[in-house]
Ligand binder design. Structure first.
Ligand SMILES: Cc1cc2nc3c(=O)[nH]c(=O)nc-3n(C[C@H](O)[C@H](O)[C@H](O)COP(=O)(O)O)c2cc1C
Length: 380
């Protein structure tokens, strides 16, 4: 597929890059449920009632290709150095496409060289530059959000990368370093340099992940440029897409934490946009998904994947009634067999004691509480 941000059906929905999370296995898991529907059972009536007339009836998301996945960031320096682990992170399984690979760095030559190497080797449908990461180990090297304070350098990076690649280039920014308004002029600089798309996280670097994302401020970026803009931040349930689009007037949305433990969110967005009742994901479907994601994860990382998969288990089961008593075992088991046994037990207990479900997709504050626990060291 040739990715053209200008002609993709609106609204665009994309999976946001998340370090240690949106790896190949996770992108495949998202794609698996996006292609086959949400797989749960419909309950209603509900948010369709609130759907804006503008977006109602849209079926833009139908079909597996309509969701664009952004892979977690990789270091341009590590790619150019030929670091095996980093190069392994850029490999793409055919099921994941269309896929955008995100890169971070601050040297225009290294960034363009890294993009050239990845394009020749892995052929992603697009590249994205991380100009929003707030964590110290990234910004202290003028990477990530630090580039928002260096518009000339940021522009040089975009120009040099554009010259090195044949696919679209996007840039992910925040509202600013400390001032929310910084993004407007910065966005124009990036557009002039040749960026094909901007994705804007509606918080400043200083806000980190705290406070509400300002979708109206993202709208000021949208109004200032003629390239497409995606709205990001706080879209943790499918229903939030409607106010986010109404307030930002963006071309689409970029979903981050809302997809953790809920890869069905893209099908749910489709339901909301087309005025259908949104599907609630039952425990049986959740467990089926966990088993699939676990298998994909271990295919990527080998047997130690059972241990590194724990971060995803937290998101899949957090807040589900009855899951608490399994938590310690879920988080200490290190064999695939034991994990499957615990999942079986969860299903048995659930069928004996059916209870109302409460999970991330139904509890907005839960996603935020969980994020506080995410190690800042890996997030951006
Ligand atoms: C665990 C984690 C890892 C992240 N890693 C990246 C990353 O590699 N690149 C990036 O541009 N943003 C990264 N982000 C930021 C998200 O893409 C997104 O901009 C942010 O979480 C706001 O969206 P949300 O409120 O929907 O979660 C990360 C966020 C989290 C929670």
């Amino acid at each position: 597929m040739i990715l053209d941000w200008k002609t993709l059906p609106r609204p665009i929905a994309a999976l946001s890059p998340m370090a240690d999370m949106t790896d190949s296995a996770f992108c495949r898991a998202v794609r698996a449920v996006t292609s086959h529907g949400s797989g749960g059972s419909a309950v209603g009536p509900q948010t369709a009632r609130n759907a804006s007339e503008h977006w109602r009836g849209e079926t833009a998301l139908t079909g597996p290709d309509r969701v664009i996945v952004f892979r977690e960031m990789v270091s341009s320096e590590a790619v150019v150095r030929g670091n095996d682990k980093t190069l392994g992170m850029t490999e793409i399984h055919p099921d994941e496409r269309p896929l955008v690979q995100q890169i971070f760095g601050s040297d225009p030559h290294t960034m363009s060289e890294a993009a050239r190497i990845i394009e020749a080797e892995d052929h992603p449908e697009g590249f994205d530059i991380n100009m929003g990461c707030p964590v110290y180990k990234i910004v202290h090297n003028f990477n990530g959000a630090a580039l928002m304070k260096e518009p000339k350098l940021a522009s040089d990076i975009v120009k040099k990368m554009k010259a090195a690649i044949s696919v679209p280039l996007s840039v992910k920014i925040r509202l600013g370093w400390s001032e929310k308004t910084d993004c407007v002029e910065f966005a124009k600089v990036l557009e002039d340099a040749g960026a094909n798309l901007l994705t804007v996280h509606g918080r400043t670097k200083c806000q980190g992940y705290a406070g509400a994302a300002d979708w109206e401020m993202i709208g000021r970026v949208k109004a200032a440029v003629s390239i497409p803009v995606l709205c990001n931040g706080d879209i943790h349930q499918a229903e939030k897409v409607l106010p986010a689009l109404e307030q930002s007037h963006c071309d689409g949305v970029l979903i981050a934490r809302g997809a953790l433990g809920n890869p069905w969110i893209f099908s749910q967005i489709e339901e909301v946009l087309s005025g259908k009742p949104r599907t609630i994901i039952r425990l049986e479907e959740r467990v089926r998904m966990v088993r699939l994601h676990l298998a994909l994860h271990c295919e990527q990382y080998g047997p130690r994947g059972v241990v590194t998969f724990r971060k995803h288990l937290s998101w899949y089961f957090k807040g589900l009634p009855g899951a608490k008593k399994f938590r310690d075992r879920l988080h200490t088991t290190s064999t695939m067999e034991d994990l499957h046994l615990i999942l079986n037990e969860m299903l048995t207990c659930h069928s004996e004691e059916p209870k109302a479900t409460k999970n991330l997709s139904e509890d907005p504050s839960l996603a935020l509480r969980m994020t506080e626990k995410i190690s800042c060291a890996s997030a951006s």
